[in-house]
Design a protein around this ligand. Structure first.
Ligand code: G1P
Length: 278
């Protein structure tokens, strides 16, 4: 079984919805309880065997690279104290993963961000995580569930969930026919449609498994919604040529790109954190 080794994290966005908190701090570093958002995503990728992490960064995002590195001074300071255990998770990540970075110098959309990551990915299938979407899998993590679908069908897979009909305009939305329980062959895909134009209420959430031929497709995808190059549009083209699957994942997603979802995630992880304190 060939595993997917690489996972791309587009992380160049400004995080304007969280200003002023994100004025000088990357939004991916906002902590949910005691862990920055992006670390949850990296742990999910690592669980799925995707241990080569590629981060597409931008200006003002240096804290991300510092987070995924050893901090000798800090480790020396807390060595032998009760606080040492607090760095256990991040140390496990540093031992198990590699990190590569590239910069997206202009914000031209998610498709463009993914294309910017091409040099980090090369010619192999890869995962994509939007760290804003914090996922808690039921049993296995969401990327692990998706990797299983990829192994079976060898094509692009997007994660979806049902959303209320009046919220479809926040998402890429798919239409498709069910191939097996929770797996759909995509026939249509629209980025942020008006509710009346939406093909369904099955919304794409920030987890993708992509095959490397997507890079050429993105290169030829014209700007779409908001004048940006959308991965949704590229995948729609891909769906017309090859099979693209949408997978209704098992678990829960928090939209940490919104204050509401962020607080919900905080409450959820606070309950889990409390259990570890006994
Ligand atoms: C992006 C994608 C969209 C997807 C969403 C999931 O939008 O363009 O298709 O549904 O992520 O979070 P964004 O939230 O970056 O505007």
């Amino acid at each position: 079984m060939t595993t997917i080794r690489k996972c791309l994290f587009p992380a160049a966005g400004y995080g304007t919805r969280f200003l002023p908190a994100t004025k000088s701090m990357p939004k991916e570093m906002l902590p949910v309880v005691d862990k920055p958002l992006i670390q949850y995503g990296v742990e999910e990728a690592m669980e799925a065997g995707m241990c080569n992490i590629g981060i597409v960064t931008g200006r003002g995002k240096r804290a991300l690279a510092d987070h995924f590195d050893v901090s000798y001074e800090l480790e020396h300071q807390i060595s032998g104290s009760s606080k040492e255990g607090l760095l256990k998770d991040i140390r496990r990540i540093l031992d198990g993963c590699t990190f590569s970075y590239t910069r997206q110098s202009e914000m031209k959309g998610l498709g463009h961000a993914i294309l910017t990551g091409e040099s980090l990915v090369g010619n192999e299938p890869f995962g994509v995580v939007l760290a804003d979407d914090l996922c808690v899998g039921e049993g296995d993590g969401v990327l692990t569930q998706m990797a299983r679908i990829y192994q079976k069908y060898r094509c692009c897979v997007v994660a979806i969930e049902e959303v209320p009909h009046d919220e479809v305009e926040k998402y890429g939305v798919i239409a498709g026919s069910e191939l097996e329980d929770g797996v759909y062959v995509v026939s249509d895909m629209v980025e942020k449609p008006q509710p009346d134009d939406a093909p369904s209420n099955l919304a794409i959430i920030g987890r993708y498994i992509l095959t490397p031929d997507i890079f050429d497709v993105i290169r030829n995808t014209p700007p779409g919604r908001n004048g940006e190059i959308q991965i949704t549009d590229a995948l729609q083209i891909q769906a017309e040529r090859n099979m693209v699957l949408a997978y209704r994942f098992k678990g829960r997603r928090f939209d940490c790109g919104s204050v509401h979802g962020f607080v919900e995630a905080t409450n959820y992880f606070y309950e889990r954190w409390k259990e570890t304190q006994d």
